[in-house]
Ligand binder design. Structure first.
Ligand SMILES: Cc1cc2nc3c(=O)[nH]c(=O)nc-3n(C[C@H](O)[C@H](O)[C@H](O)COP(=O)(O)OP(=O)(O)OC[C@H]3O[C@@H](n4cnc5c(N)ncnc54)[C@H](O)[C@@H]3O)c2cc1C
Length: 321
């Protein structure tokens, strides 16, 4: 069986989730199976330096755009699937992965399982564990091959970057696809360098909608200062204007990997977990004992977040004299 692990790039760097797709593919590959990374983007040739955990790389580059839009990516991917006669395609559950996986599965008439947390392979095909209702339920799915799986970021460890031999790399010129695509990439907006860089923060205190309103964020700010941590928010908190956009964690915000992550009143939707599930130690505080954030938390507290913030602040102040 040939398994295609889809890699992604943002600006001039490969997204870490690409290495998770390789690790997921490796966990399924048996003797005689092959893991092929598919990559479309600017650093196509350089990508071989990193994808040594796979058996081969098919790299599509384009002189037309720095980033290949999802529509063109999906078209080229379908051609690669056909040329390789691949049986399984793993796509990251990301903003562009949503478009790519759906289009490829629909056009090929293959089953698609989204929000996948775990996969195993046996004689009957693939068994995938997939999140439902924002992670409140887990569905065990028996999948007949060929198929597309959209895998949650953070569900697998990252394969270790290593160089891939030059004879294991096939390059494709994707310029025609990008030129003729109906979706054009108009601009790439990178964060203002003057903004906080959550990606490098070692400690983060994140508030979710459970914080109630903007006025309740000040005590959390004090706690974050005592912990020497950056304050961050879930998307509803940022959409409400309670914190600036640069402080949003998740799919459409920043991907963070701090040593310590406090999630206060955050439910743990897949789009939020995508940005923080790789944190070293996750402490979740939520009034709902069934909140999905507890599935990834190392420590969980079921209480009103304001009580915990107040008590912890007092203890830290007392400890620091
Ligand atoms: C394409 C797309 C991209 C997205 N990108 C992002 C993203 O980048 N980041 C992101 O966060 N979301 C993103 N989302 C939204 C995501 O789906 C969720 O809606 C969002 O993460 C929920 O935020 P929340 O956990 O703060 O709020 P809710 O889901 O409303 O959860 C609030 C939680 O607070 C708890 N709570 C309530 N009161 C208290 C209290 N007093 N004390 C303690 N706990 C309390 C509740 O039990 C609940 O679990 C995206 C969605 C889509 C479709």
């Amino acid at each position: 069986m040939k398994i295609i692990a889809c890699a992604e790039a943002r600006a001039d760097r490969i997204e870490p989730v690409s290495f998770e797709m390789i690790e997921a593919a490796r966990s399924l590959a048996g003797d005689g199976d092959e893991v092929i990374v598919f990559f479309a983007g600017k650093p196509a040739a350089d990508a071989a330096v990193a994808f040594g955990a796979a058996d081969r790389l098919v790299a599509a580059h384009s002189d037309e755009a720095e980033l290949v839009p999802a529509e063109s990516y999906a078209r080229i991917l379908r051609e690669v699937i056909a040329a390789e006669d691949a049986a399984l395609v793993l796509v990251p559950y990301s903003a562009s992965g949503l478009d790519i996986a759906a289009e490829v599965a629909a056009r090929k008439g293959w089953p698609l399982v989204a929000y996948v947390n775990a996969v195993t392979h046996d004689a009957d095909g693939i068994r995938a564990t997939a999140q439902m209702y924002g992670g409140k339920l887990l569905a065990e799915c028996q999948v007949t091959l060929p198929a597309v799986l959209m895998v949650n970021p953070g569900a697998f460890a990252e394969a270790v970057p290593a160089a891939l031999a030059a004879n294991k790399v096939r390059e494709i010129d994707a310029s025609g696809h990008v030129r003729n695509g109906k979706v054009k990439l108009v601009a790439v907006e990178l964060p203002d360098p003057a903004d906080v860089d959550l990606a490098t923060a070692e400690r983060i205190v994140c508030v979710g909608r459970g914080v109630g309103d903007a006025g309740n964020i000040d005590p959390v700010r004090n706690l974050a200062a005592l912990l020497n941590a950056e304050i961050a928010g879930s998307r509803p908190v940022v959409d409400s204007g309670w914190l600036p956009r640069a402080r949003q964690v998740g799919k459409s915000g920043r991907k963070v990997k701090p040593k310590l992550y406090f999630a206060l009143g955050v439910s743990g939707a897949p789009e939020h977990l995508e940005g923080m599930a790789q944190a070293g130690v996750i402490v979740a505080v939520n009034t709902d004992a069934n909140a999905p954030i507890f599935n990834v938390a190392h420590y969980g507290v079921t209480c009103d977040l304001s009580e915990l913030v107040e008590t912890l602040t007092e203890k830290l102040q007392a400890a620091s004299g």
